[in-house]
Design a protein around this ligand. Structure first.
Ligand code: PLP
Length: 396
């Protein structure tokens, strides 16, 4: 019996969650009960962290790096982030603007806390990573979704975003390559957005570039760091979770404009003091060591995304845009006449294929399912066969 009367803060009524974790728990339970489950629900690489990176963390522990570090991160790591940015985008960043954090997710929360409050509006992609909407709600700003368009390869329309900007808008969140759609926003659309923002100098931009090293070539990725005209109001979210298969290490970074950096660092002192020290040494090795592990993972995800989208397109009533990046397929299931959540549950319970309903990523995700490519080619083929058989039997 619940016999205590603690009243939690009202603001927690606004906090959302990430349903992918609920699907994972359900899939694991079914697997423990002896069912054959293929998990295409989870959004993390199915690779282990490369050995040289693991070794660097072990060495750091053996060398006695057991204490706190500077809140913003060890200086060598912040410098290495800047060198990596020069190497990949040819843009010079001051290490003083780089904040090392326990996971890219922290930057979403910090951005919402820094720029959101009652009376403000924050724009975010829908369907999109669910933590955007959750963090905006928690900040008490009004979440204003803009739609990612299937007929534009799941890009946004800059015109549509700009039409939603008004005097209350404090922040626009963008994400490319995108979770859950696998879309990459073309340079033309990014440029239009930047040009349009000239009229709104008080609006900040947070660009979530966590999947930037998983791009499949047809639409090239362009970092928002390459637009100098917005550098004084741009926050970049990036990290090691996806690029180096380090989701469980909890490592990410933000690049903040000088006007926001000190506040973000202050938030970090209040929340987590610093990132796990040995993990920071691993992160340093990840950036300074060989990069072929990143290329191998990108090639693998590219191949699997191709296999999966081809197989999905062979299934009656289903159509799937070819993903341009990240590691997800986001097929359109509208012709089946069931909701995304119904199909998610039917597939898991009847044929043991775990996916995530598009509605877990916002209202505009209705009519879509997210399948993750973070599983072997053979598991993907087997899962697609199961889905195909199920749909043939139930819907034809
Ligand atoms: N941004 C997007 C779009 C993501 O998909 C994720 C993780 O799934 C994150 C941020 C958070 O990454 P991290 O695990 O580094 O916190």
């Amino acid at each position: 019996m619940n016999n205590y009367n603690i009243k939690f803060s009202e603001r927690f009524n606004n906090l959302g969650t990430e349903t992918a974790f609920t699907v994972l728990a359900k899939a694991n339970k079914l697997a423990e009960e002896g069912n054959s489950i293929i998990n295409l629900g989870i959004g993390q690489p199915d690779f282990t962290t490369p050995e040289h990176i693991v070794e660097a963390a072990i060495k750091a522990l053996k060398d006695g790096h057991h204490g706190y570090t500077q809140t913003s991160g060890i200086p060598k790591l912040r410098e290495a982030v800047c060198k990596d940015i020069i190497r990949r985008h040819n843009v010079e960043i001051n290490p003083d603007n780089v904040l090392i954090v326990p996971g890219g997710k922290v930057i979403i929360f910090f951005s919402a806390m820094l720029l959101g409050e009652n009376g403000k509006e924050i724009l975010y992609p829908n369907p999109g990573f669910p933590i955007y909407e959750s963090a905006i709600n928690f900040s008490q700003a009004k979440p204003v979704p803009y739609q990612l368009r299937e007929d534009m390869g799941f890009s946004f329309s800059a015109e549509e975003i700009l039409a939603k900007v008004n005097g209350k808008t404090s922040l626009i969140i963008i994400n490319s390559p995108a979770n859950p759609t696998g879309g990459v926003v073309p340079e033309m659309e990014l440029t239009k957005l930047v040009e349009g923002l000239e009229k709104f100098p008080e609006v900040a931009l947070m660009s979530d570039e966590i999947y930037d090293q998983f791009c499949f070539g047809s639409t090239n990725f362009k970092s928002m760091l390459t637009y100098p005209s917005i550098s004084n109001r741009l926050i970049i979210l990036n990290g090691w979770s996806k690029t180096y298969a380090m989701t469980g290490w909890r490592l990410g970074y933000g690049v903040f404009p000088p006007s926001l950096f000190e506040l973000a660092e202050k938030l970090a002192v209040n929340v987590h003091s610093c990132v796990n020290t040995s993990a920071q040494f691993a992160a340093l090795e990840a950036l300074e060591g060989p990069q072929n592990c990143v290329k191998n993972m990108n090639d693998t995800f590219k191949r699997r995304a191709e296999i999966m989208s081809n197989e999905l397109n062979k299934i009656e009533f289903i159509s799937c845009q070819k993903p341009q990046g990240a590691f997800y397929c986001f097929p359109n299931i509208k012709k089946l006449g069931v909701s995304a959540l119904e199909l998610q549950n039917l597939l898991l319970e009847n044929v043991g294929v775990a996916s995530v309903a598009g509605t877990s990523f916002g209202v505009f995700g209705e009519g879509f399912l997210r399948f993750s490519c973070a599983n072997s080619d053979s598991a993907i083929m087997e899962a697609m066969e199961r889905v195909s058989e199920f749909i043939k039997n139930k819907f034809s």
